[in-house]
Design a protein around this ligand. Structure first.
Ligand SMILES: [Zn+2]
Length: 259
């Protein structure tokens, strides 16, 4: 009996140590970046802060919008609040562009039943809950979450939402199906990159990336692909940090650094 109690105590201590370590890792991971400014407007794009992550409202016309990611809140309360300040309801959201399939970016999707849901093909299963990845595999087993990706996107295509063209880029590394989108002169990077307090662009956190080296290579490739259209990029928006408003420069500067 005493042995059982001792084993349980040791197990409890190990579990506590694991939880504390994970807490510290998370705290370190989400600090140090440029803070997210809730309600910030960049052209036709509005930042919505949802705890540790942002979603973005992209204007289509007076009555319709698209979202880039759907936030961490299952009821999408922060996004719905931002919409209601414009006199809009959930049905105003016509499309949701997912930068990738992680739960902190997809949780709010079901709050917008009228929206077409789009993600790059390799992340569809992750977005729908049918797959798990990386360190998250330790914590949960895949189970369909009710989300249906209605349109699988391809690298290099330009889709049209209402009258708005959106360029789609594959930037694998954080996840296999991570995407960047260029819409309304804002380059949305999801978790593939983050903005530093100094106004620079850094790759997304290694800890959470499926393949950090591939992530960095993807950022370099994206910089090269966007260089001819550099004038079209006014801002870079990362999901867990604030918006950089120096055009394509932060991405080009990252790409120009030696490996
Ligand atoms: Zn994330």
């Amino acid at each position: 009996m005493r042995l059982v109690v001792r084993i349980l105590k040791i197990f409890g201590l190990l579990l506590a140590a694991l939880i504390v370590t994970l807490g510290i890792l998370l705290a370190v991971s989400f600090s140090g970046g440029l803070p997210i400014r809730d309600g910030q407007r960049v052209g036709g794009v509005e930042v919505v802060k949802d705890s540790i992550v942002s979603a973005f409202i992209v204007d289509l016309d007076e009555h319709r919008v698209a979202l880039v990611d759907a936030g961490n809140d299952r009821q999408a309360k922060p996004i719905l609040a931002a919409l209601s300040r414009r006199g809009l309801g959930p049905d105003a959201v016509k499309a949701i562009l997912l930068t990738h399939g992680d739960r902190d970016h997809t949780a709010g999707v079901l709050a917008f039943p009228q929206a077409e849901v789009m993600a790059l093909a390799p992340d569809v299963a992750l977005a729908e809950g049918r797959a798990a990845r990386g360190i998250f595999r330790w914590f949960h087993t895949p189970k369909p979450n009710g989300i249906k990706v209605t349109r699988a996107l391809r690298d290099g295509e330009t889709i049209t939402l209402g009258d708005l063209p959106v360029r789609v880029f594959a930037v694998p590394g954080h996840t296999v199906g991570s995407a960047a989108f260029l819409a309304r002169s804002v380059l949305f990077m999801g978790d593939s990159a983050e903005a530093t307090k100094e106004g620079r662009l850094a790759p997304g956190k290694r800890l959470f990336a499926d393949d950090p080296a591939q992530n960095r290579a993807s950022l370099r490739a994206l910089a090269a692909r966007l260089q001819p259209a550099a004038a079209d990029v006014k801002a870079i928006a990362c999901a867990h940090s604030g918006v950089l408003t120096r055009g394509l420069a932060p991405l080009a500067e990252f790409a120009a650094k030696p490996e």
